[in-house]
Design a protein around this ligand. Structure first.
Ligand code: PLP
Length: 489
């Protein structure tokens, strides 16, 4: 036996499937394809089902518990979205079908484009990008194409606040731009003086997350945008935090030139565990011609008797295609359903309740934990996970201890400008009872940190595996525990 087997449940010659006797003459296999032993687990159907069902139950999920993972907007995924995505007319459509044969799907994509325009205050939208990060890349390439189209080839510099998500500098660097970090001021806003110093005729633009990753709405946002525009730069909006703004503020109205949406955050399409995301990009009127090709449009208005015909259209100065076929179509159906189910008023109440929930939890925790920016937050807030009088305890220990209470930990050590950051985003889909339960656990852990710190240092105690060496666990992944019966032979 050379390879260790994945599964110690295997029993030699156990089978889930037995093939019928062949009704055609047997033919010999080529010599080089013959194996006298295949090191695969041998299991019955019931073994397999129980194994995977048990594994699925070891996972924390939004369907099984509270998931306050900041910046990720782990809101509940309504099941009606799934039902709609499984309608055969959507689920079985092939992207290479002729346009006339997929009018329903094109109509859905067109309407989603129109709604995202309306929600974000933009003149055009592409649905192509596969996630927020790819939306950023698309947006930055559009900014570059815009400057190039005006013969403005000196603009090579992009400004990124120090609170930004790591994808911002990464996508800018991939686009060939020079990334310059802008500090935050004591209020967590973009430092205006530092910003002004960088605004010259080499400025391509600024990437701005508002509310930022501290969960704070930048009070100077209009001033920031004016300064960048006056220097000839464009403003990219990182729309990952749209959950705080839905129906209240339209980034396009603030002067944001281009922004991505994360359908898998704001519009409740499932994420985590590596599932597909979707990062549509909205642009202001002066950038519509640069959108990736194709976008969905009405290609024939029709008449009273004939419905309009939807099809693919290439913007005249397009940066080209950024994703194969039409993007993550299944996510479009889910986001479309979510938006239709809520309607305009409902979407506004999503943002209002997300902000209310975050402020409620923050207010109840701020005496027990250090709060670096003590002001009204938006849909999330950041605590410091350490205390001067409990020096051995770190944010990671708090998070591990939360797992013992059946809670998913918040985002740890991000944003980078807050020491021992614990970034908490309750979302609007949690009840007051759930929030209170969470608060009680957090207060209990704060007390434990002072009275029994070793309880935190060695947590988790109640999970299937205890404290892992996080570096080794990633580099040297061991998926099986125990010894395979086959290996023992
Ligand atoms: C999630 C997130 C991104 C990246 O989006 P993905 O869809 O994960 O690629 C960018 N910026 C912020 C602030 C985010 O929270």
């Amino acid at each position: 036996m050379t390879e260790p087997l994945l599964c110690e449940l295997s029993i030699r010659d156990r089978r889930a499937v037995r093939f019928p006797k062949p009704d055609v003459p047997l033919a010999p296999l080529p010599e080089n394809l013959v194996r006298d032993h295949l090191p695969l687990p041998e299991l019955s159907e019931v073994d397999v089902i129980r194994h995977f069902t048990r594994l699925s139950q070891l996972n924390h999920s939004i369907d099984t518990g509270f998931y306050p993972l900041g910046s990720c907007t782990m809101k509940y995924n309504p099941k009606i979205n799934e039902e709609m995505a499984r309608l055969p007319g959507f689920a079985a459509v092939h992207p290479l079908q002729p346009e006339e044969a997929m009018q329903g799907s094109l109509l859905l994509m067109y309407e989603l484009q129109e709604w995202l325009k309306e929600i974000g205050g933009f003149a055009g939208v592409t649905l192509q990008p596969a996630a927020g990060a790819q939306g950023e890349l698309t947006g930055v390439l559009i900014i570059c194409a815009y400057h190039r189209s005006r013969g403005d080839s000196r603009r090579v510099k992009i400004l990124i606040p120090d609170s930004a998500h790591g994808t911002n500098p990464a996508t800018s660097a991939m686009s060939g731009l020079q990334v310059i970090q802008i500090p935050s001021d004591t209020q967590g806003n973009v430092d205006l003086e530092a910003l002004k110093q960088q605004c010259d005729d080499t400025l391509a633009g600024l990437m701005l997350t508002n509310p930022n990753t501290l969960g704070l709405f930048d009070e100077n946002v209009e001033e920031v945008i004016r300064i960048v525009h006056e220097a000839g730069g464009l403003v990219y909006g990182d729309g990952a935090n749209m959950n705080a703004l839905l129906g209240i503020v339209r980034p396009g109205d603030l002067g944001i030139d281009v922004m991505h949406f994360n359908l898998h955050k704001t519009f409740s399409t499932p994420h985590g565990g590596g599932g597909p995301g979707s990062g549509p990009v909205g642009v202001a009127a002066h950038l519509v011609d640069f959108l990736p090709a194709p976008i969905i449009d009405i290609v024939d208005e029709g008449s009273e008797e004939v419905p309009p015909l939807y099809g693919f259209v290439d913007p005249v100065r397009t940066i080209g295609r950024v994703k194969s076929f039409n993007g993550q179509f299944g996510m479009f159906i889910r986001a479309y359903t979510y938006i239709r189910m809520y309607g305009p008023e409902g979407l506004r109440s999503v943002a209002e309740h997300a902000v209310l929930n975050a402020n409620y939890v923050m207010a109840r925790l701020k005496n027990a934990y250090m709060l670096p920016y003590d002001k009204v937050c938006m849909h999330e807030f950041v605590l410091e996970g350490h205390w001067p009088d409990a020096p051995e305890v770190h944010a990671l220990d708090i998070s591990k201890r939360m797992m013992d209470y059946g809670l998913h930990p918040p985002t740890n050590y991000f944003p980078l400008i807050v020491p021992e950051a614990l970034m908490i985003e309750p979302t609007e889909t949690e009840s007051k009872q759930m929030l209170d339960e969470f608060v009680e656990v957090m207060l209990k852990i704060a007390e434990e940190a002072h009275t029994q710190p070793e309880l935190l240092k060695t947590a988790p105690h109640k999970t299937p595996v205890g404290r892992l060496d996080e570096v080794k666990a990633a580099r040297d992944l061991v998926l099986c525990c125990g010894v395979s019966p086959l290996e023992e032979e």
